[in-house]
Design a protein around this ligand. Structure first.
Ligand code: IPE
Ligand code: IPE
Ligand code: MG
Length: 230
């Protein structure tokens, strides 16, 4: 199937746990940082291929609130990659009508990154397709924050919590993909996944191609969603 045909999948919101950069590098006896670099290139190619896929939103797990446990060097590499990515790709996002959104506790990142992100959010505010990037994101923390806000305003209900989640303005999650063969959620979109379809693929993230996403959408189109009914 070509990238174009995936427009019929019916999916509006797909999220990806981009995993396997380290193992990709290890297999080639390369530093983990090279795996992360290749991972960013995959994101770039995916965003370029997004338009014909007809998705309203692609959400990418880029850095978890637990990833701070990694070595200082690796965290520095990841933060520098983030800086470089925003600098080099922002103009392209604007040109391609991509609206950036950040979820997670991103305001506690380094002040220069926060500034760059605020600028990027402003510059891309009128974009058509949303690229949501999860930065310093942890789902349990997101739910706790949302519940606290909901409680401060009024009654705590599933609806009032959902309205306070970082993803409140995004369409419901249709499909959650994780690469690299790991079969777990690692604190990603726990609330939003309640009725999302799941797809776990063995491909390591640096090997992931837009065609893999097209295939995932084709797979999604075959699923029968029941939401507990019948
Ligand atoms: C995913 O790749 C990137 C981030 C978590 C930032 P990993 O770095 O987790 O790669 P593996 O899981 O060690 O192969
Ligand atoms: C999840 O991957 C986080 C991101 C992809 C950003 P991890 O590699 O951090 O997850 P675990 O540690 O294998 O669960
Ligand atoms: Mg990993």
């Amino acid at each position: 199937m070509s990238v174009d045909e995936s427009a019929e999948s019916g999916a509006r919101h797909v999220a990806i746990i981009m995993d396997g950069n380290g193992r990709w590098a290890k297999k080639r006896a390369l530093p983990r940082a090279i795996g992360h670099q290749r991972g960013v290139e995959v994101v770039r190619r995916l965003v370029r291929a997004l338009e014909p896929m007809n998705l309203d939103c692609l959400t990418l797990y880029a850095f978890s609130s637990e990833n701070w446990k990694r070595s200082e060097d690796e965290v520095d590499d990841l933060m520098n990659l983030m800086r470089r990515f925003i600098k080099s790709d922002l103009a392209e996002f604007v040109a391609n009508d991509v609206k950036l959104k950040i979820i997670g506790d991103w305001r506690s990142l380094a002040p220069d990154i926060v500034g760059m992100l605020e600028d990027a959010l402003q510059q891309t505010a009128n974009g058509k397709q949303t690229l949501a990037v999860a930065l310093n994101y942890g789902s349990q923390n997101e739910i706790a924050r949302a519940a606290a806000k909901a409680g401060a305003i009024g009654e705590i209900t599933p609806q009032s919590i959902a309205a306070q989640l970082d993803t409140a303005d995004l369409p419901p999650l249709d499909l959650l993909i994780r690469t690299s063969g790991e079969v777990r959620l690692s604190n990603f979109l726990l609330w939003q996944s309640a009725y999302a379809e799941m797809l776990f693929v063995d491909t390591l993230w640096p090997d992931f191609k837009p065609e893999h996403l097209s295939r995932a959408l084709q797979d999604f189109a075959q699923r029968e969603r029941r939401y507990g009914g019948r």
